[in-house]
Design a binder for this molecule. Structure first.
Ligand code: G3H
Ligand code: ZN
Length: 271
């Protein structure tokens, strides 16, 4: 079916999982897992994935759109963790329904100014904009679950920027390969009550199933998952080497392993 808009899938009170696409096999696995689970899904392509593809946004995006359009699953397309405003402005040409502008490395005033400008551009171009306040750790590989988003500051931030969703720091950390993160559920509840926009949980690969379920019950809406797919992918590849020289010998089980992970996590987040 045609792509759906991110805004149609993100609504307070329900969880929606967003998985990172790096290769064609990631996109195939995410969409196969969504079909198996009978759940909608967001495919997201990060600025880092675009860098991996030598700065080319078109090929990996076109493949993802094509797979979504030939699928029975409801799929939305999101451009993730954009720090480069020129990449942000390319989103409108490729079928994205939403973009995350990540200004969390800037100080508060600079983050507000840059995010407000990104949101104005996104809305003028029919896109939904996610932002981040309180830098969620692990983007450089360092495990940093200690950062927290202040609810009062977050309320001011959403009012001053007109964003559609906010990524908040509540105890998760990017790129965790074990699932040991503990979330600050009191803070999630306070953020939910303080903010007029859906909350986004980043670094969800490190969060155990029961913590994810509780986070959704407490008000987390968009649940971003990347590393868990790479754990499944690389584990399957390691289990199938050596298998001759044909990459399909290890890519097929790696793709299947990712699809199983997607179906499982969709059951946790949207079930
Ligand atoms: O934006 C992407 C996510 O926050 C993914 O984080 O790779 O730790 O699951 P993760
Ligand atoms: Zn993230």
């Amino acid at each position: 079916m045609p792509l759906v808009k991110t805004a149609e899938l993100v609504s307070p009170g329900t969880g929606i999982a967003a998985f990172n696409v790096i290769t064609l096999e990631h996109a195939e696995a995410i969409i196969a897992g969504a079909e198996e689970a009978g759940a909608p899904v967001i495919c997201q392509i990060s600025e880092n994935a675009v860098k991996f593809h030598h700065g080319r946004l078109g090929p990996v995006t076109a493949a993802t759109v094509s797979l979504a359009e030939s699928s029975s699953a409801r799929v939305a397309l999101h451009l993730d963790h954009v720090t480069d405003e020129s990449l942000l402005r390319r989103a409108a040409d490729h079928g994205f329904g939403s973009v995350m502008y990540d200004g969390s490395r800037h100080d508060y005033a600079e983050n507000v100014a840059r995010t407000a400008e990104a949101a104005a551009w996104a809305h003028a171009n029919g896109l939904w904009l996610e932002a981040e306040l309180g830098e969620i750790g692990g983007k450089d590989g360092a495990h940093a679950p200690g950062v927290r988003t202040d609810p009062g500051e977050a309320a001011r931030f959403t009012a001053d920027t007109s964003v559609d969703a906010l990524a908040v720091a509540v105890g998760s950390s990017h790129a965790m390969t074990d699932r040991t993160a503990r979330l600050d559920h009191d803070l999630i509840l306070r953020l939910r009550d303080a903010l007029p926009v859906p909350l986004v949980l980043h670094g969800s690969s490190g969060v155990p199933d029961d913590e994810l379920r509780r986070a959704v019950r407490n008000g987390m809406v968009k649940i971003n998952i990347g590393t868990a797919l790479n754990v499944a992918f690389t584990g399957a590849v390691a289990g199938h080497l050596p298998s001759g020289v044909d990459p399909r010998g290890y890519l097929a089980p790696a793709r299947d392993a990712m699809a199983r992970t997607v179906a499982h996590l969709l059951g946790v987040v949207s079930g």
